[in-house]
Ligand binder design. Structure first.
Ligand code: ADP
Ligand code: ZN
Length: 210
């Protein structure tokens, strides 16, 4: 099963991706995670990407397309994959189609998680993560991680002004991809403004009925 998750930042793509990974045992490909890893490791690619990310802008297409080209060559993607945060522009979508055609693969479903922008601002600004165990949680948990007791942190790009910028970038560059995949007949929109389990029930139905 090859799946694309579409949706604004903070719409819950990462959460649903984690559930899909467990359900199907397929590869989770998150360009955001890959870029953050490159930033932490201080690689040349990370250094280039950081300023774009911190400002809420997209990292240039050729950089992320290069990352995906490499990643798709990995053995574990043969059993299926979930793309989370890619493609984010029409050029990225076209590059992906070309590469998948070369590999004789295709996308089975594109799931678009829809959430009201104001709900997103609220969600993302209260989002916290544990730098030690990697868990994503909310400010309501307090200052320390319930699992390991470490101090929770806020992602550098989860500040309100940057979140609003990311939403604007999403509307402009990424929302048009919903029509792109609708045109291919593989789009499944879902209401993401519900509990994680309710959204998951819909996602599960889509991927098992396809
Ligand atoms: P979110 O979905 O919450 O915005 P991500 O972790 O997917 O977070 O992405 C964080 C940042 O990484 C984006 O704001 C952008 O700068 C960069 N990024 C991730 N994926 C892409 C992509 N496919 N194309 C361009 N930039 C990307
Ligand atoms: Zn922790």
């Amino acid at each position: 099963m090859n799946i694309i998750l579409l949706g604004a930042p903070g719409s819950g793509k990462g959460t649903q991706a984690a559930k899909l990974v467990e359900f199907f045992n397929i590869a989770h490909i998150s360009t955001g995670d890959m870029l953050r890893a490159a930033v932490s490791a201080g690689t040349p690619l990370g250094l280039e990407a950081k300023s774009f990310m911190d400002a809420g802008n997209l990292v240039p297409d050729e950089v992320v397309i290069g990352l995906i080209k490499d990643r798709m060559g990995d053995e574990d993607t043969n059993k299926g994959f979930i793309l989370d945060g890619f493609p984010r522009t029409t050029s990225q979508a076209i590059a992906l189609d070309e590469q998948l055609a070369e590999l004789a693969r295709s996308i089975d479903v594109a799931i678009a998680i829809d959430v009201d922008p104001e709900v997103i601002v609220q969600r993302v600004c209260t989002r916290r993560f544990c730098p030690t165990c990697g868990r994503i949680t909310t400010a309501s948990e307090g200052d320390t991680c319930l699992m390991c007791g470490c101090k929770l942190e806020t992602r550098a790009d989860d500040k309100e002004d940057v979140v609003r910028k990311r939403l604007e970038v999403y509307e402009q560059n990424t929302a048009p991809l919903i029509d792109y995949y609708r045109g291919k007949g593989i789009l499944h929109p879902i209401d993401g403004d519900r509990s994680i389990d309710e959204v998951w029930a819909d996602v599960q139905k889509i991927v098992t009925e396809d």
